[in-house]
Design a binder for this molecule. Structure first.
Ligand code: IMP
Length: 505
């Protein structure tokens, strides 16, 4: 007969935290959000630490190169989606790794015989008002000069004239030579009072641009997540089908962490693929397993598959219909607590700490905070990042509001059949959907949304008498709440100016 687990499957909105003693040093500015990604022995340090415990989901509508760059600059890490060709995914990883902090590959370039009209339309398309001129208009062509919107008057000058007549020619441009450090480049910018410094290869080809504004941006992003060569850190999703080709290509491109993109990771397929990667790359590869929802599956992935971290969550994602389609899954809070309990048992038995990631179903900042309090080392989110300007989808206007498309990897739109165990041997078809195709509102940049979430998280950590995520989880005392207390936590007894009354204009 089937075994029935006696506890009800629960989710994050059913819990609240009870504050602990806040001491005088428990201040937001003293809080560290550093968190391990790769397993480590007691007393040692993890091979990869996040500066902020957020990673973005390996999904087409979430994690492209732009997201990876932006998230790493804020201290987190993207997992670039694997439901694309190996070449395309590796190219995205290369783009992130070559985005040397401060040295920008120019994506607004002109040929000398392009017209001012071309320059204006390029500026409108990319939003960049500084445009290098190269012999063939390519980003790494021979550098001939630079044109900015200060060099011409859109409504006075002849827009059919070539940019070569208006650009500052190379002989009058202050430039750096490839090999210059960022520190030196910024010094040249400061001394020359320029906004932009082109960096040229020895043979005169354009390598990159350094902007004064990026210096200030860098100073404003102290959490930037960099590898030992000062390149941004990025992750990527992999599957259990083409891993023998995909993982080497990603390693070649400089990937920092991999995770299996699977709706159910408790499988021999995943064990074999993870062991293959470990045998081939040893500790040079950081690989996450999952998704799982109980302690048995955690043990299996750690002991049999030798993974570095374990991802928790089946059926809770905002676009996910796995539970209704197949009847598998578990309330995300129950799943997370069961897996974290097993992680802690494993640690006390072996002295090895295996980080746990809570993946999917985080509907607001409070739920992120509760997941970290319940013991997640970091959280993976899809919807949260799909709503930012950096997600790879175009903005659309619906009923006067701006939205972006957001679709599940198991939807007909993504057709990521490798993520799901639907196909028989040799059959790559998708027989039914496990995700929906949807829209989410655009809420701002990654930086904007994360700064609000971080402020709330740090404030709650102080309420809980903690300045590290470990202390936060160790100190956490949670209470289950009734539906009535949930309602009490809102504002049911007043008329809200925002929700209930039309705003005066
Ligand atoms: P969200 O943060 O609630 O939007 O959930 C994102 C997570 O949902 C991802 O990291 C995946 O684990 C999961 N996911 C992505 N696509 C699908 C799908 O089509 N069906 C079920 N789960 C999905």
């Amino acid at each position: 007969m089937a075994k029935i687990i006696s506890e009800v499957s629960r989710t994050f909105s059913e819990y609240l935290l009870i504050p602990r003693l806040t001491r005088k040093n428990h201040l937001p500015q003293n809080v560290s959000l550093s968190s391990p990604v790769a397993k480590f022995k007691s007393g040692e340090s993890s091979r990869l630490l996040l500066n902020v415990p957020f990673v973005s989901a390996s999904m087409q509508s979430v994690s492209g190169a732009e997201m990876a760059i932006s998230l790493a600059r804020r201290g987190g890490c993207a997992f670039i989606y694997c439901s694309q060709s190996i070449e395309q995914q590796a190219a995205m990883v290369s783009r992130v790794k070559s985005h040397k902090a401060g040295f920008v590959q120019s994506d607004s370039n002109l040929k000398p015989d392009n017209t001012l009209r071309d320059a204006i339309s390029l500026r409108k398309k990319t939003g960049h008002s500084t445009m290098p001129v190269t012999h063939d208009g390519s980003r790494n062509g021979i550098f001939l000069g630079i044109i900015t919107d200060k060099d011409f008057w859109e409504f006075e000058d002849n827009l059919d004239a070539p940019v070569s007549q208006f650009m500052t020619p190379k002989e009058n441009v202050v430039f750096g030579v490839y090999g210059i450090t960022l520190h030196e480049a910024n010094k040249v910018l400061r001394n020359s009072k320029k906004e932009c410094l082109p960096v040229l290869e020895k043979d005169g080809n354009l390598h990159s641009l350094v902007f004064k504004k990026d210096y200030f941006d860098h100073m404003n992003n102290p959490d930037e997540l960099l590898d030992k060569n000062k390149r941004l850190i990025t992750g990527a999703g992999v599957n259990t089908h083409d891993y023998k080709d995909r993982i080497p290509a990603l390693m070649e491109a400089g990937i920092d962490a991999l995770c299996f993109d699977s709706s159910d990771g408790y499988s021999e397929f995943q064990m074999e693929a993870a062991k293959w990667a470990r045998t081939r790359y040893g500790n040079d590869v950081i690989i996450g397993g999952g998704n799982v929802v109980d302690g048995d599956a955690f043990r299996y992935l750690v002991e049999e598959a030798d993974v570095d971290f374990v991802k928790v969550g089946i059926g809770g994602g905002s676009i996910c219909i796995t539970r209704e389609q197949k009847g598998i899954g578990r309330g995300q809070a129950s799943a997370l607590m069961a897996v974290c309990a097993e992680r802690d048992r494993y640690f006390s038995e072996t002295g090895i700490y295996v980080p746990v990631c809570s993946d999917g179903g985080l509907a607001n900042d409070t739920q992120i905070i509760i997941a970290l309090a319940m013991g997640a080392d970091f959280v993976m989110m899809g919807r949260y990042f799909a709503m930012t300007v950096e997600s790879p989808t175009p903005k659309v206007s619906i009923g006067g509001r701006i939205y972006k498309p957001y679709w599940g990897e198991g939807s007909n739109r993504a057709r990521n059949w490798q993520r799901y165990n639907q196909a028989a041997e040799g059959d790559s078809g998708m027989k039914f959907e496990e995700g929906v195709d949807a829209y989410v509102p655009v809420v701002g940049s990654v930086k904007e949304v994360m700064s609000v979430t971080m402020a709330k998280l740090k404030s709650t950590m102080c309420n809980m008498g903690s300045v590290t995520l470990k202390e936060f989880a160790d100190n956490a005392v949670l209470t289950r709440i009734s539906e009535q207390s949930f309602v009490e936590g809102g504002t049911p007894n007043v008329i809200s100016l925002d929700k209930d009354l039309p705003r005066e204009v």
